[in-house]
Design a binder for this molecule. Structure first.
Ligand SMILES: Cc1ncc(COP(=O)(O)O)c(C=O)c1O
Length: 400
């Protein structure tokens, strides 16, 4: 008999974490690896947030917090939703969890029954499909294309909906493509959702503050769907707080209560000290906060530089990302080519070729449901980015 459950045996490993681990392993062997696989800002957490955490310890916020999060934090998140997104969520509609990841996992657990269909536009963020499968749901992939900026259209969405469809999940700004939906595009999606009264939306907005084209737009702003949207956010990316493990939802009350019930059995609550620090982060207005603006502008400079360097590599198809900190170039014109007897057939071969031949860690597009592409993170210094792109160009030129 198997020791492990079918549930865990059938679950895919996080391939982004696997590539990061591979890069670490090669570095430990003394190889000069540049990691473009990582999904976290290379900045430090803002000082006032760190100070708030230190104060929380001194003030003895070291006991179990309330399951959905401290009241002052949920008030601060409620105010943030109103200030930044024009969304009204009362504190009882907010649940604070251990990262955006747990928040997303819980939402899927409380909404999806076995056999329910969940629409996931591809390319998608790696964990969505595993969350759906763990709940016994069926991921329904809707393929978007580079030519369409990797965005799903209302027509595609409508065509994918069946009586079994429960949920649609997507991120904007997107990991892995860096694209984001405009207000008009979200309105188009909201109109389709509004027509199907049992359909819910999970809107993952964790890259909200890393947006180079204008004001962030939330799909929950459309009243016709607000009662069927769960807005997911967190502090990992926009505040350089990946290690603090804080994410949250704003949701219809019935969904927030259900997540609270589940969280009460799973984690009790998330870290008291990280919660107190997050209050300080929520007070930072993205239109005036120097930390947020400086980080975004640094990412913008790197994006512009990497775009030029990528466009200079023959055979790659590249779109200019509008947010987050990733490029998702199409490298499929190299498939079928070889170097030293090793043939590149797909994005996994390409990612391994680049790490072995160029010492640059990327992530295979197949992890995100698109085997034509690879994902490059530009959350690293300009010097390292320039060197990494030089190495990639050189390695690709060897393929015949
Ligand atoms: C699109 C997306 N959603 C959610 C998360 C999870 O973030 P957290 O670190 O808060 O769990 C990530 C992190 O990589 C992400 O890229």
């Amino acid at each position: 008999m198997e020791i492990l459950s079918n549930r865990i045996i059938n679950m895919a490993e996080s391939e982004t974490l696997a590539m990061t681990a591979k890069a670490r392993e090669l570095k430990a062997q003394g190889k000069d690896v540049i990691s473009l696989s990582i999904g976290e800002p290379d900045f430090n957490t803002p000082e006032q947030v760190k100070e708030a955490a230190k104060k929380a310890i001194d003030d003895n916020f070291t006991h179990y917090p309330p399951v959905p999060g401290y009241a002052d934090l949920r008030e601060a998140i409620s105010a943030k939703f109103l200030r930044d997104n024009g969304l009204e969520y009362k504190p009882e509609q907010i649940v604070v969890s251990t990262g955006g990841k747990q928040a997303l996992y819980q939402v899927v657990q409380v909404l999806v029954n076995p056999g329910d269909e969940v629409i996931i536009p591809t390319p998608y963020w790696v964990s969505y499909k595993e969350f759906v499968r763990l709940a016994g749901g069926i991921p329904i992939y809707v393929k978007t294309s580079l030519e369409n900026d990797f965005k799903v259209t209302p027509e595609q969405l409508e065509a994918a909906i069946t009586p079994k469809t429960k949920l649609i999940m997507f991120s904007s700004p997107s990991n892995p493509t860096g694209m984001l939906y405009s207000k008009e595009e979200l309105k188009g999606i909201a109109e389709v959702v509004a027509k199907h009264e049992n359909l819910f939306v999970v809107s993952d907005e964790i890259y909200e503050h890393i947006n180079f084209v204008g004001k962030h737009q939330s799909i929950a702003q459309f009243p016709e769907v607000k009662e069927r949207v769960v807005t997911v956010n967190g502090v990992a990316k926009g505040f350089a707080m990946t290690g603090w493990r804080i994410g949250f939802i704003g949701a219809p009350l019935v969904i927030a209560k259900a997540c609270n019930k589940l969280q009460g059995q799973v984690t009790s609550a998330t870290c008291s000290i990280a919660q107190k620090a997050t209050v300080e982060a929520m007070l930072m207005d993205p239109t005036t906060s120097k930390d947020i603006i400086d980080m975004r502008e640094t990412f913008r400079r790197r994006r512009d530089m990497v775009y030029k360097l990528l466009c200079d590599i023959p055979g790659l198809k590249v779109r200019m990302p509008q947010g987050a900190f990733y490029f998702f170039p199409d490298c499929s014109s190299y498939y079928g080519k070889s170097f030293n007897g090793k043939k590149i057939e797909n994005s996994t071969d390409m990612a391994f070729y680049l790490i072995n031949e160029a010492n640059v860690a990327t992530v295979m597009g197949s992890a995100f449901g698109d085997d034509s592409c690879i994902r490059l993170s530009y959350a690293t210094s300009e010097d390292l980015l320039r060197e990494a792109l030089r190495r990639i160009k050189e390695a690709l030129a060897k393929l015949q």
